[in-house]
Structures are given as structure tokens and as C-alpha cells.
Design a protein around this ligand. Structure first.
Ligand SMILES: [Zn+2]
Length: 311
């Protein structure tokens, strides 16, 4: 707060700094945060992007009434902080239509050039009563169509496969601490594949590297693998954690570059089918590809299109 977060972390000017409000922490815990302390931090640390101080994430197992209650509390924050530069948050849940209507009303009072989407993680983690994956994609598409000219950020997208979905659904940015959490559990991410366990740390379990995946890692150009190879990834303590974290983040950034270059070159449809070795997500990428038509930019502001037909 003394020098600003950019100077404190030596972040170059061409990198944007996104702040999370920590609301996911309270999904399964009671408690609350200080709105004043949050806004004070924002004012002094000066991140480039920051959401409202608190959004209340609905759990998929909640009743519709309980989800509406989460909506009411979150929309209060969206309204209250619409003039403070805070990005409003909406959640993918059973009351998405109510959210969209409330957001349009809210926007007439404030200036919302950006929207953040939360509530995806409990669904991706297959929490009880989690929505089918395709429902999440349909909801995300609906938000994109409603806020055609807004910059949309998605909380909690941090897998190499889910990155494809976010890009195809024309999301502008995503964030996740998954790369770091995986590293802490001895897990690494691989291009186009699921996660693999490379270090024995406590009781975490996971799939091991195949011979082919060893070869993929031999070619990894991340700073950790280049200097220390697979041994570095498997190391214990802060050293192994740092190598895995650097590797995971590098893998995500590299995956995004590959997605962008293949879409630009018109080779994406062929490439993803050979690249994505993930039986859950490959059909979803296909689904997302089929459902996405270019969304024309509309500077007139957000409108609510008719809901999709059921069935
Ligand atoms: Zn690596």
C-alpha cells in the first residue's frame, strides 16, 4: 500500500494487475471481510482491475430461494460500488435470468464496462447438484450475448482444457490460483492434458506420468524444467514448489498462445482434436465451437436477448 502493488511486485507496465476479493474463501466458511479495508487497499495498492468487495457465491445444492438471497446481497454490492471502479460480479446459477435483469437495471445507474463471472468453480468441481458442463457453457454464452461490449472476466478458470472453453466463448480474461495450489500438492499441468502427480507430498493422490508425458516434459521450455528437468519438479520443499508453480503457469500461458495462433491460422479445428487429450473436455470444446458465432460488437450497451429455448 505504501508504493503500490505494481512497484512492490516489480510488474512491468504491459502486464495488467487483477485483484481478487477473496469471496471464494467464504463459500464453505462463515465470516466476513471489511469493505472499508478492501477499498482502502484498492485505493493505495492501485490494481488495474478489482471486483466489488464481496460477492456471495451460491452453491449448486442451494434452493432457488437461497440462490436468490445470494443474488440480492451480491447485487447490493454491485449497485453500491458501481461508481467506485469496482467490477460487478454475477454468478452462474439457477437464477441467471434474474441476475441479467438486475444487472441491466444496475447499469442504467452506473457505468459497467466490465463484468466478472463467478460461481463456476463449484460446478467444475462437481459439487452436489452441480450443473451439467454444457449448462455452464450455455450460461456463459448467454452472459456474453447480453454484455456484448463489456470486458468479461471469469473467476476460477485455470486448467489447460478450460482455457480453451473460455477463449472460444469470447471471455476477455480469466484467473485462478489452481496452478499454485496444484504445485503445493505436488501436481503439474501438461499441455492439452489432465494433471499429473510428480511429487509425493502427504496424502494427495493423482495419476502418474506416462512415458509419453515424460517426453513432453523433456521438451518443456519453462525456466524450471530447462534448468532442473523432471527432478526439479519432483523436489520437496519450497524449491520443488517453485519449479512446479513456474512450470504450471508457463504451461497455461503457452497453451493460450497455442490456442490464439491456431485460431488465427485457421488450424484450430484440426489442432485441438489432436492436442486435447482429455475425454471430458474435448467434446465440450467441440460443443463450444459449434455454439459460438462471432458476436458483433454493440456499443449501444447491454441488452438481454431472448432466453434460449428449453430442451
Ligand atoms: Zn516445465
Amino acid at each position: 500500500m505504501d508504493v503500490g502493488i505494481r512497484a512492490f511486485l516489480s510488474v512491468p507496465d504491459n502486464v495488467s494487475i487483477f485483484l481478487d476479493n477473496g469471496s471464494f474463501y467464504f463459500l464453505r466458511r462463515n465470516g466476513h471481510t471489511s469493505v472499508d479495508a478492501y477499498m482502502d487497499f484498492v485505493r493505495h495498492a492501485r490494481p488495474d482491475w478489482f471486483p466489488v468487495p464481496r460477492d456471495v457465491i451460491p452453491n449448486p445444492s442451494m434452493s432457488k430461494e437461497a440462490q436468490l438471497s445470494c443474488l440480492t446481497t451480491t447485487m447490493e454490492q454491485n449497485r453500491r460500488f458501481s461508481q467506485s471502479g469496482c467490477v460487478p460480479v454475477i454468478h452462474i446459477c439457477d437464477v441467471l435470468e434474474e441476475y441479467l435483469t438486475a444487472m441491466i437495471d444496475c447499469q442504467s445507474a452506473g457505468n459497467t464496462k466490465a463484468v466478472a463471472i463467478g460461481g463456476i468453480v463449484p460446478n467444475l468441481l462437481r459439487a452436489p447438484k452441480a450443473r451439467p458442463y454444457r449448462h455452464i457453457l450455455d450460461s456463459t454464452k448467454r452472459i456474453r450475448e447480453t454484455f456484448k461490449s463489456s470486458r468479461i472476466h471469469v473467476f476460477g478458470i485455470g486448467g489447460t482444457a478450460t482455457l480453451h472453453l473460455a477463449y472460444l466463448l469470447q471471455m476477455d480474461s480469466v484467473d485462478s490460483s489452481g496452478w499454485r495450489n496444484r504445485a503445493a500438492r505436488g501436481i503439474i499441468q501438461l499441455p492439452g492434458r489432465g494433471d499429473r502427480l510428480v511429487a509425493e507430498l502427504g496424502s494427495w493422490r493423482g495419476r502418474r506420468l506416462s512415458r509419453e508425458e515424460h517426453e513432453i516434459l523433456d521438451c518443456c521450455n519453462c525456466p524450471g524444467c530447462r534448468a532442473f528437468g523432471i527432478e526439479g519438479l519432483s523436489a520437496s520443499g519450497i524449491e520443488g514448489f517453485s519449479h512446479r508453480a513456474a512450470h504450471n503457469l508457463y504451461t497455461l500461458v503457452r497453451e493460450l498462445q497455442l490456442i490464439e495462433s491456431n485460431l488465427r491460422d485457421g488450424t484450430y479445428n484440426y489442432w485441438y482434436a489432436t492436442h486435447l487429450n482429455n475425454s471430458i473436455y474435448r467434446p465440450l470444446v467441440e460443443y463450444a465451437l459449434n455454439m459460438t458465432q462471432p458476436v458483433p460488437c454493440n456499443d449501444a450497451g447491454p441488452t438481454i436477448p431472448a432466453p434460449p429455448a428449453r430442451g
